[in-house]
Design a protein around this ligand. Structure first.
Ligand code: HEM
Length: 254
């Protein structure tokens, strides 16, 4: 009796693997060989974010310093805190500054929310820049990753633009004069300076039109562009064969 029970228990994993219910969820067999181990990753919506194989050198924290992931997490914090701020903010010259005051005085956790958004923005500029330095230092921009480097440069520019457009939104003295100086610099663009400045401001001076333009750029256009290009950035990392590795590391892997 006991020996029959033992035998049935031993057969249980096999029976489970054979069952239709199990197979409808997990399409591959037990991951005890390379093929099944790869299929486990490829067939799962959660695991497929990870590559099936990674180079050992890229697992060392000192190789990437995690700067790309840190940039991504800061961006997620910005989306969350910015999303909550959107429920309260009005992009008009009469309301914008009052909103900032109220955020500090009468909105529960308002100051925390605002400062989390500001600090994450400053840190993201820093981490994206350091990430670019790391990629340059480890030669990650070389063949076949040139295209991803170009996508990265655009991501850096968008990060700067997000920071710049967000600066005007509090509508205080600092914002007003920073954007006056910034758009005056844009006015020195060769051949079409006046047009670029007028396009940014929607007028000849920094006013309500500029506030609305910067608001739309900051909340809709630039984040949408950043999200799309981040998708391309991550997809390209996978298609370029994972992260870069020093030449000798490829030999060691073999
Ligand atoms: C919003 C900004 C960015 C985010 C969230 C981001 C995210 C990432 C992540 C998560 C990785 C994987 C490796 C790592 O963690 O370091 C990576 C790799 C890479 N990134 Fe970025 N990145 C951004 C901006 C940039 C910029 C500004 C450049 C260069 C101008 C760049 C070029 C690259 C390249 C070439 C790789 C592959 C590196 C290698 O194979 O060693 N990225 N990025």
């Amino acid at each position: 009796m006991i020996s029959r029970l033992r035998q049935q228990l031993r057969q249980f994993p096999d029976m489970l693997l054979q069952s239709n219910v199990w197979r409808s969820v997990f399409r591959q067999g037990y991951p005890d060989n390379d093929e099944n181990r790869s299929l486990v990753v490829m067939n799962s919506v959660f695991l497929h974010f990870h590559p099936v194989k990674v180079k050992t050198n890229t697992l060392r924290p000192a190789y990437t310093l995690g700067l790309g992931i840190i940039s991504l997490f800061l961006f997620l914090i910005l989306i969350f805190t910015g999303g909550v701020l959107t429920f309260l903010y009005l992009p008009t010259t009469e309301q914008a500054y009052i909103f900032i005051q109220e955020l500090h005085t009468s909105v529960p956790f308002g100051a925390l929310l605002r400062n989390a958004h500001r600090w994450a923005a400053h840190l993201m500029v820093l981490s994206v820049f350091l990430h670019m330095m790391r990629v340059f230092y480890t030669g990650g921009y070389k063949h076949p990753r040139e295209f991803n480097w170009v996508i990265g440069v655009i991501l850096l520019v968008i990060t700067f633009l997000l920071s710049f457009t967000g600066y005007l939104l509090p509508w205080d003295q600092l914002s007003f004069w920073a954007i006056t100086v910034g758009t005056n610099i844009a006015g020195y663009t060769p051949f079409m300076g006046a047009e670029v400045r007028a396009l940014l401001l929607g007028s000849t001076t920094v006013g309500g039109e500029a506030l609305l333009r910067f608001y739309v750029l900051h909340l809709v256009l630039l984040p949408a562009l950043l999200i799309i290009l981040l998708g391309v950035h991550f997809w390209r990392i996978r298609k370029d064969g994972g992260l870069s590795a020093p030449l000798h590391a490829e030999e060691v892997e073999k």
